[in-house]
Design a protein around this ligand. Structure first.
Ligand SMILES: O=C(O)CCC(=O)C(=O)O
Length: 330
């Protein structure tokens, strides 16, 4: 077990709201979070299985499934051919250049500049990214892990230009999707295609192996329209430092790296984050989140209203970039 600096493991006071009590719905909620008081336990055990089917169903082999079950992620280098990556890179460049998408709610800029940080709903904005989201190689992996039919709950590209791209705080995606979108259970998986080489210095994704097996309760109630600031810099829905210190001391941190075209599949509850890109090299990764069809969104578990649909698509669904979220034509 690694030594940790005890002072640094204290929860920052900013996360504590001393005024209120825990949310009323916590009693029925399998995964209470966004609490106003520190919980009795830092985390609870996950209730759902991690891998729902077997290697003989393919495409993942027994060893890969075993690692996914143990670590909460697997990385497959050189998953896409070079030519496929070149086409996707050109498509990303076209998305970034499209003036129609700039300033829209699904295009997120860095907190202190106009640099694009993320573009959401890319499988609706781009035919090529739609094809990628529906690629049988990805759908097959998601179906195998989740053991049933899936749909794309969310897609995004996180763009980290050299020197300028900022980091992402530690979080479990499931924590946010549960609290703010109403995802009931841990039956979702992310497929992240790395579109540029990811190396140690350009802010690759970092994950805490094994963290998907516990649900870390987060402190701090969800502010109104939290997504407007959290997608630039997440403050609520971040595990306490104490929880992070304990999990990292026991399980460490891994950052899969490789050339463009690699595929990272990670469980919806694996804790992850990333550093700023201080290198000259850009780092862009595309993410497709597959949710099992019987895990449709309910009312948010810890927010006053659901987030806009570009963050949480439905199974039945269309989404139109030319519609505002309030239904008014843009
Ligand atoms: O792209 C990254 O470096 C972090 C991504 C991430 O954590 C997220 O989008 O939830």
């Amino acid at each position: 077990m690694r030594q940790v600096d005890a002072d640094r493991c204290q929860a920052p006071e900013a996360y504590l709201d001393q005024s209120g009590s825990d949310r009323g719905s916590a009693a029925e909620d399998a995964y209470p979070t966004r609490l106003s008081q520190p919980p009795q336990h830092l985390w609870q055990t996950r209730q759902e299985p991690i891998v729902h089917s077997h290697a003989d169903e393919g495409p993942l082999g027994a060893e890969q499934l075993k690692r996914f079950e143990r670590d909460g992620f697997i990385f497959e280098p050189e998953f896409l051919a070079e030519e496929e990556v070149e086409v996707l890179k050109a498509e990303l460049a076209a998305l970034l250049d499209n003036e129609e998408w700039q300033g829209r709610d699904f295009t997120i800029t860095e907190p202190k500049s106009r640099e694009i940080r993320s573009i959401f709903a890319v499988h609706f904005l781009s035919e090529r990214f739609r094809q990628l989201a529906e690629d049988p190689r990805l759908i097959g992996r998601a179906r195998q892990i989740l053991g049933g039919g899936v749909y794309v709950h969310q897609s995004r590209i996180n763009y980290k230009p050299g020197f300028e791209g900022k980091g992402f705080n530690w979080h479990s995606d499931f924590e946010t999707w549960h609290a703010e979108d109403g995802m009931p259970e841990m039956r979702a998986v992310s497929a992240s295609i790395i579109l540029t080489d990811n190396h140690h210095f350009n802010g690759p994704l970092m994950l805490i192996p094994g963290s998907h097996k516990v649900f870390v309760h987060c402190l701090g109630e969800t502010p109104e329209d939290n997504h407007k600031s959290s997608l630039q810099s997440q403050k609520v829905g971040v595990p306490s430092r104490k929880a992070l210190c304990e999990l990292v001391a026991e399980r460490g941190i891994e950052a899969p790296t490789g050339t463009a075209g690699g595929l990272l599949m990670f469980d919806c509850n694996t804790l992850h984050g990333s550093n700023a890109n201080m290198s000259p090299d850009p780092r862009s990764n595309a993410f497709f989140v597959y949710n099992r069809v019987d895990n449709a969104m309910q009312a948010p578990y810890a927010a006053s209203r659901p987030r806009p649909e570009f963050l949480a698509h439905r199974d039945d669904g269309g989404w139109d970039a030319l519609e505002r979220t309030d239904g008014v034509s843009h």
